[in-house]
Design a protein around this ligand. Sequence first.
Ligand SMILES: C[S@@+](CC[C@H](N)C(=O)[O-])C[C@H]1O[C@@H](n2cnc3c(N)ncnc32)[C@H](O)[C@@H]1O
Length: 336
Amino acid sequence: MSAQLQRPDAGRPSLYGDRRRWGLVHADALDLLARLPERSVDAVITDPPYGIGFDGHTWDSGALTDGRAFERWTSSWAREVKRVLRPGGYVAAFGAPRTVHRLVSGIEDTGLEIRDQLLWLYGSGMPKTRHLPHDLGTALKPAYEPILLARAPLKATTTMGNVTRWGVGALDIGATRVRDEVRDVVSLGEVVRRWPANLGLVHSPGCEDRGCEGNCAVREIDAAVGKPVSRYFYAAKASRSEREAGLRELEARSTPIFSGGTTPRANVHPTVKPLAVMRWLARLIAPPHGVVLDPFTGSGSTGCAALLEGRQFLGIEREIEYVEIARRRLDHWARQ
Ligand SMILES: C[S@@+](CC[C@H](N)C(=O)[O-])C[C@H]1O[C@@H](n2cnc3c(N)ncnc32)[C@H](O)[C@@H]1O
């Protein structure tokens, strides 16, 4: 099935999708957001540029690496996001520890209400440091990413009134409760489901059911606490098969990897998010069958997760090489 709906023509952004459940637009987010109708989206889950000049990529460089400019730019897209969200609709936006204060201020300045900051711990990042003599360095190993949770103002006197009128405004705790393996054992198999926390842990990519790799954050925290911290949410980092599903027809290209060197990959996007994390966010903030928007789609992980959770998806991405990857991945997961 071809996912192309329209061919690009002069002055019109190209649109891909199946007309029913998902759409992906090749465009600049700021242009396209301004053209979307008011109150047309239930949730925004997005992973925008972090303003850190990530690996020299043009989409995260130039003016964006100036803190104040990054904050102003954040406000410019967040203002449109507030306009297109239904009253009470949530935004989950990933950031980097170094620039998240600008992300938060930029979003808050638009009138979106800051509700929480989630931490996604992973422990398998590589330090981007200069190695200096005498075991000196310039950076720590990254082990978490903050995820800002904000909400469009309610348009009802109570939260439940807003949910009834607009379908959004509250977190879906029931859909995101966490199974407690320790209590399961002591309660003889009764499934205990804990209230979800604002902390997510991920195992290292090489961990298996029977044990964890040496550098696994989950293992280290379990050891420090003295019992499994199973009350938190776990997701492995995106595996190669997950990143590349649906891309068989794309030519693999030599791609730099975090640990140094290169490897052939069809999904050349450098910051692919794990579907498990994105699926959990979709369940938490987007109502069943609701519309999830990602203005910075990259290789499409938000959309794949939204589709797998039975939500609709609208994505925007400016770089054509990522659009090609995202539309194939979306087409693949839409058929699962
Ligand atoms: C951090 S990446 C998103 C990665 C994505 N979460 C994934 O799993 O593949 C941010 C994306 O935003 C895109 N981008 C940057 N500025 C944009 C703009 N003004 N309009 C649309 N897309 C933009 C970049 O090309 C990049 O793919």
